[in-house]
Design a protein around this ligand. Sequence first.
Ligand code: HEM
Length: 141
Amino acid sequence: MDPLIPPQMNAVLQIIILAILFASIGFKIKKKYWQHGALTLIATVLNLFSFLLVMLPSALGKEIIQTQPFHAVSIAILSHSIVGAVTVLLSLWLVATWHVRSETKDCFKRKNLMRVTIALWMLSLVLGFLVYAYLYTTLIP
Ligand code: HEM
């Protein structure tokens, strides 16, 4: 299956999502929790689009995963996909349980889950750019 938008555009989208996440963390540091939640919601929805329109179709079309599962590219794609899938699910859970309420007190209970999610999100990004370097550049021979 071909991705609906080109991978280069997806890479740019992922950098924009990263900037939104940094801005969201900035609001959290300033204790503006509603704005922090709203930007995280935007980043999560954009990431879901990126996953559904590009990464899932691309992963489903990678025959190398079935023919050579222990090839470095297959391992990079699989590890990226597993960490990425957990991150997508956790981020959806966090924004869904918030319900865009003005009351953010309840969210403090999920502070540790937020820390795990952001750490996994950064790991997914690093692995995603590793996959990109493998597939579309000559950086990795
Ligand atoms: C937080 C979640 C995720 C982040 C931050 C993320 C990030 C990235 C980035 C930055 C790229 C490189 C740009 C590109 O080549 O399009 C990429 C590529 C890719 N990702 Fe993800 N990703 C996530 C989730 C997933 C999931 C759940 C899958 C499972 C299907 C996945 C599969 C792929 C594949 C197959 C590619 C290569 C796409 C291509 O052919 O260009 N990603 N990802």
